[in-house]
Every structure is written in C-alpha cells, then in structure tokens.
Ligand binder design. Structure first.
Ligand code: SME
Length: 163
C-alpha cells in the first residue's frame, strides 16, 4: 500500500482527481476495515484539495451519525429530513449547493462553510449506507468535475464493503 499521496502541483482540479483516483484505489484495496478506509479516504481528499471539511455521515437506525472526517468539529447527528446530507440520503443523488445560505434547511456546523457537495454511498443492496460531505469556505466551489471525481472515488470505496 502506498502511504504517500502524490499530488500534481499547479494542476487543474480534474487533473488532481485523475491523479488521485488510482492512488486511492491502491490505498483502499486490500483493507476491509471500514473505519480505516473512511478515515484514509477523507484524509486523501483533504490533502489533495485542501477542502475546509471532508467526512462521512453513516446511516445508523433512523439518523445520519458523524463518522471519520478531516476538519473542524462538526454536528454529530442529522435527521433524514434535515440538511443537505438528509436531502442527499432521501434522493439518493449527489447534491451540489453553491451557496449554503440559499439551501432551505441547511445545517451550519460552521459559519465558515460557504458551499457544499454531498455524495451518496451505497451498500451491496443498493441502499444508501452513508453520505460523503465536502464543505468549502469559498462560494460556488463545486462543479460537475467534483461530482464526477467524487462519485468515481466513492465507487472505489464501495468496492471495499464486505456486506
Ligand atoms: N451542512 C451539512 C451538515 C454537515 S456539516 O456541513 C459538516 C448539512 O446541511 O447536511
């Protein structure tokens, strides 16, 4: 397993995704412990892009509960009918929020967070078992490039789930 992430300098965000996707595959493959993989996944994204906050909310009974993350402390529990994370969980689709203040029901864990993207993560049955939440301290920081890159990375993560 490679333990150093190579990140191209002065590269476009697309080029950084293209570079880290195979590296993340190498980092996660061969490890079946979910906590270890979620932790390294979040760390790799933060290291590659310097996002303000990167982490997971895991479905536990009837709520989304904070999992491994990188960044400032965050709210621990999100109801399915609340926030961008709850919306993503219900719709099972990636949500891009260019300005969090304009998203009805957005949960502000930090006032520094300005835009956000949330990607659903599916279990082997096709149910959403967790969501990947990435926050930026810049407005309108996420585009289709991030949607495609993060969804590709999440597909790699899903392959490591045993059940
Ligand atoms: N903003 C999210 C809550 C999680 S924090 O951003 C880390 C939401 O509205 O669901």
């Amino acid at each position: 397993m490679a333990e150093t992430l190579y990140i191209p300098e002065n590269a476009s965000r697309k080029a950084v995704y293209d570079s880290i996707i195979p590296q993340v595959e190498g980092l996660l493959s061969g490890e079946t412990d979910q906590t270890a993989n979620l932790a390294n996944f979040a760390a790799a994204l933060r290291e590659a892009f310097g996002f303000f906050w990167v982490g997971f909310y895991l479905k536990k009974e009837n709520q989304l509960v904070l999992g491994p993350f990188q960044g400032p402390i965050a709210c621990t529990r999100i109801n399915f009918d609340k926030g961008v994370c709850g919306y993503c969980y219900r719709t099972k689709e990636t949500v891009i929020v260019p300005n969090v203040e304009e998203f009805p029901g957005h949960i502000a864990c930090s006032s520094a967070s300005k835009s956000e993207i949330v990607v659903p993560v599916f279990d082997k049955n096709g149910d959403v078992s967790m969501v990947l939440d990435v926050d930026s301290d810049k407005l309108d920081d996420f585009s289709e490039v991030d949607k495609e890159g993060l969804e590709a990375l999440v597909r790699i993560l899903e392959k490591t789930f045993i059940a």
